[in-house]
Ligand binder design. Structure first.
Ligand code: HEM
Length: 500
């Protein structure tokens, strides 16, 4: 190579480096602190590298930039702001929600049906389309609907307890993580679609195996996710698909179930609600939002969303109660009192049980299944109490994990203290420091259903068995693959309770 070529290459490299430096000076120019950014990549590698432990990055930035209560990041060149000021969060999530109705936009160009299905899910779509669809789907989780699902949930919880107790007679300890996962998938399949997925009864059932794939993020998929952000058209050009073939499995199950419903069967469940909205041309929210693909998308979303998060909650709750035997006994006493008053576990009894609610909320505080949520700015917005204006297209992230572990909001934050959530102490809680289900109009659609389901399972289990820690499972090892926080696997010892 001649000298001119070297000079040219060096000039191009220098200009590229200067460009990267300039793009990565965005937050500094706005007075927002930031961790040192890697040229071109920004903090992408750091958040990728720590994506298995997102809480560490959240806590590192909280401790470093506590004065400003926010910190800027770059995903390649895209500015992202992590905010842990609860006053600001109140505005972003609720008061000024009209500036932040969206989640991150994926402008992926694809021909793959399974990618198109995933792009139509309620959790992914944005703008007026999201608003209409949310209005259609919300009635699936009114108090009346949740109450009508109670018997189905009880039935699945009874099977969960039976199977677990049987396993306890054959093994020194039981893989409750696996059992809870099978319980939640059977429950959502039954409650939302009237499908018997038989995961608890059949060791080789397909549903849990296929659902599990969505929560694994092998390196190739991670790279594909990053590539979408950088060059969305890449996928169409090279005919790449980002989503696993398991989407097709669930889509087919839904299509078959829809066909049966179209032949006249009705159950008054979630699927009927969607079919009604699809077919009702008078419904202003219907037709244009709910195409056949969208209907399949929402159904697949329910199966995925209904599976892992609630199982994780039960997994951590049983671990914490096995570790804190005094709390376990208190809770069992509350359940026994409930049975004494109502004759059995009833919907009303479960919903009124104060310690049960407190134990689950404290579990969700210590181990939120989802560590971060985010909002996408659609209209320029000046953050209250600051001079900072967030521009359309910028992303705000909320560090659920570090808010839940912040000593300013939670005295003795690493201890399991359910009493924090008893009604008489609730007034001491800053509600924007506890958001396991997110907040505001775009919070978790099925929060009340998930809590009811977890309450029923835990109540039934505690009435039947004493939970203890299994050898080698005295501490929890966290795993954050696929964006969720889970345990790496927790076995529990179950000892049948014999009433005197
Ligand atoms: C313990 C269990 C669960 C936890 C901790 C949880 C947590 C969350 C969180 C943090 C969000 C984001 C909220 C936000 O950005 O403000 C969310 C959204 C969502 N969740 Fe859940 N979830 C749980 C169970 C479920 C279940 C059982 C279903 C469905 C059957 C479900 C369906 C959804 C849907 C559809 C959304 C998107 C809502 C939207 O964008 O409008 N979740 N969930």
């Amino acid at each position: 190579m001649g000298v001119e070529t070297w000079v040219l290459l060096a000039t191009v490299a220098l200009l590229a480096w200067a460009y990267s430096k300039w793009r990565h000076s965005y937050w500094a120019s706005k007075g927002v602190p930031s961790l040192p950014a890697t040229p071109f990549l920004g903090h992408t590698m750091k958040s990728l590298f720590t994506s298995r432990e997102p809480w560490k990055l959240q806590e590192e930035t909280r401790d470093k930039f506590d004065d400003t209560r926010m910190c800027g990041f770059y995903e390649f060149f895209k500015p992202v702001l992590l905010v842990w000021d609860t006053e600001i969060l109140k505005h972003v999530f609720v008061k000024d929600f009209d500036h932040f109705t969206d989640r991150r936009h994926f402008d992926m160009k694809t021909d793959y049906e399974r990618d198109l299905v995933m792009m139509e899910m309620l959790s992914v779509i944005n703008g007026p389309q999201w608003k209409s669809l949310r209005a259609i789907m919300s009635p699936a989780f009114t108090s009346g609907k949740i109450k009508s699902m109670f018997d189905l949930v009880c039935n699945k919880a009874d099977i969960l307890v039976d199977i677990s107790m049987k396993q306890a007679t054959q093994n020194p300890h039981v893989d409750m993580k696996k059992n809870f996962g099978r319980f939640t998938i059977d429950t959502i399949a039954s409650c939302a679609f009237g499908i018997e997925s038989n995961s608890l009864l059949d060791e080789n059932a397909e549903f849990p195996k296929k659902a599990q794939v969505f929560f694994e993020l092998p390196p190739l998929r991670m790279i594909k996710f990053l590539a979408i952000g950088l060059v969305p058209s890449l996928f169409k050009t090279f005919r790449l698909s980002i989503n696993p073939p398991e989407v097709d499995f669930f889509a087919d199950v839904v299509k078959h179930t829809v066909a049966a419903r179209e032949a006249g069967e009705t159950r008054g469940d979630f699927l009927d609600l969607l079919l009604e909205a699809r077919d009702n041309s008078d419904n202003p929210n219907g037709k244009h939002v709910l195409s056949q693909r969208s209907l399949v998308a929402q159904s697949v979303l329910f199966i995925i969303a209904g599976y892992e998060t609630t199982a994780t909650l039960l997994d951590f709750a049983s671990f914490l109660l096995a570790k804190h035997k005094d709390q376990q006994q208190r809770l069992r006493d509350e359940m026994r009192q409930l049975v004494k008053e109502h004759g059995c576990i009833t919907y009303q009894g479960i919903m009124e049980a104060k310690l049960l609610e407190a134990c689950l909320q404290e579990t969700l505080r210590l181990y939120p299944p989802i560590a971060t949520t985010e909002r996408y700015c659609t209209k320029a917005y000046k953050l209250p109490g600051t001079d900072l204006t967030i521009m359309p297209g910028e992303i705000l992230q909320m560090p659920i994990w570090s808010l839940h572990h912040d000593p300013r909001h939670w005295p003795d934050p690493e201890s399991f203290i359910p009493d924090r959530f008893l009604p008489e102490n609730r007034g001491n809680i800053n509600s924007f420091a506890h958001m396991p289900f997110g907040m505001g109009p775009r919070n978790c659609l099925a929060m009340r259903f998930a809590l009811m389901e977890a309450k029923v399972a835990l109540a039934k289990l505690l009435l039947e068995a004493e939970l203890s820690l299994a050898p080698g499972h005295e501490e929890v090892t966290l795993d954050a693959q696929g964006g969720l926080i889970r345990s790496k696997g927790l076995n529990i010892k179950l000892k049948k309770i014999v009433e005197e």
